[in-house]
Design a protein around this ligand. Sequence first.
Ligand SMILES: [Zn+2]
Length: 209
Amino acid sequence: MDANHAARKPKVLRDRSSLLGGDRPSRQEAEAALRTLLRWAGDDPERNGLADTPARVVRAFEEHFAGYAQDPVEILQRTFDETEGYDEMIVLRGIRFESHCEHHMAPIVGRAWVAYVPSGRVVGISKLARVVQAYAKRLQIQEKMTAQIANTINDVLKPHGVGVIIKAEHHCMSTRGVHKHDADMVTSRMLGCFRDNPMTRQEFLAIAN
Ligand SMILES: [Zn+2]
């Protein structure tokens, strides 16, 4: 039995942006708000085709914004230290994510490359993907999400360094406003040896390109 199957600690929410502890509106209030938006758009929320739409959209919101109930620090708590002194780069490549921009609530669809050089402690590789999802399933800007992922891994694992690269298409740009298609936005955050050691940085950039 490995450490992953050991008893889990109760979830502790540390992120102050989480709504779950506060005065969260009810599902009925959320659905009523959507009926208002449908009326404002010029349609009749009571007609057959739209009757169940507010409930569906609220369920979609639960999926899109599931990250507010997830604690990335908690996800990284369980680490392994029997690594035979492994101290080379660990990279999870091309983690697909869907997020939503906090300015237009339009989809941001992209991939993340997450790397670190451990200092004794490593995590199960799926945990890196879960940290990406926990931050993606919130209202975001790509720059902030990139920094949050890198900072959290750095703070919890205390590795020699962390590198995060995110490439994403922003639907608020491709389907409205300036209507620019096929434009990717690339952001990165390099900490520790990824910032200070050109060889480590180059190795990671080569993997991500
Ligand atoms: Zn936007």
